[in-house]
Design a protein around this ligand. Sequence first.
Ligand SMILES: *Cc1c(COP(=O)(O)O)cnc(C)c1O
Length: 394
Amino acid sequence: MVLRKEFFDLPEGVIYLDGNSLGPLPKGAKARVAEMMQDEWGAQLIKGWNSAGWMAQPSRVGDMVGRLIGASAGTVVMGDTLSIKVYQALAAALKMRPDRKVILSDSGNFPTDLYMAQGLIQMLDGGYELRVVEPEAVVDAIDDSVAAVMLTQVDYRTGRVHDMEAITELAHSSGAVMIWDLAHSAGALPVDLAACSCEFAVGCTYKYLNGGPGAPAFIYVRPDLADNVDPALAGWLGHEAPFAFDPDYRPAPGIERMRVGTPPVIQLTALEAALEVWEGVDMQDVRAASVALQEVFIREVEACVPELTLASPREAARRGSQVSFRFENGYAAMQSLIARGVIGDFRAPDIMRFGFTPLYLDEADVLAAVGHIETVMRDRLWDDPAFMARQRVT
Ligand SMILES: *Cc1c(COP(=O)(O)O)cnc(C)c1O
């Protein structure tokens, strides 16, 4: 089965329903980073780029991520943050359709994805338009003016899932390039990039993949395109021969061209060890276990906590690995829950979001969490000035 609690260093007394925002610390990552600092950075110094394999790490770890999202070896590379990878994919996509001017996205997308598109449009200054429609209207909005369809598969607020294969097919039938953001998908549900045939996919690794705060992002380019896409950010480590120190940029063959600058080796080391937790884990089993936990959670919350209204799709197949409820005083309620050791998060204006990660959660955890939610609501424990003050990160 998929339960691997012993792999994680979770504080006593905490029920962690926020692995969808920041995964917990895998014990292996802690040990590996300590070792790397001492034995590699400390002892090998600059030789580590070769002797410890640091330079190859972005592709090596990319292949490990690739296995969890149905991408074949050599099609995924790590680096930068997701915002940067969104920008790169989008810029490359627009280059592929020079006669089209529309980027299509939806209002369920995470703001940074939309901001990156807005910034790129401004910089290109070429008459581009970002068209943002409701998630349900995406299908009808795809037409032959669209250069790129840029969507996040799982809505960060409600957990609503887009049908990747169907939308990709539609985009392609209109001649548009398809970009999928898998931020809330990688490590959460089975993704089959090879079957989906989208041109680009991007995602982060500090959510369900437990790579730690600031862990690097990934980018996938469909293999038949990888030798020809314009990487948009012409960094030296995406050059064909970085150590030739050629004054002119020539992109490397294949996915390596999507690299930009020096890789974050300490973060990649943490991530590499975190990904080992997934060895022998089948994403179909993770999905089944996640859905089972979510169903228990929804059933119990709806039975015991009438103040909360389900904000996620009721049908499991249409939800990712999170369940959101609306409550007018959701911020204070979540702060009150966190004070009791039940950690989820709040998304403005009124969403209480709970992530389900069966690697370290079981049904007993879910039932205990519901018990706390019931107490907080019944006794109005949230109605306390201490829980009302907004912190910088919510
Ligand atoms: C979490 C998330 C991001 C975060 O981007 P960073 O550059 O890593 O901060 C971007 N897009 C989506 C869809 C996300 O869920």
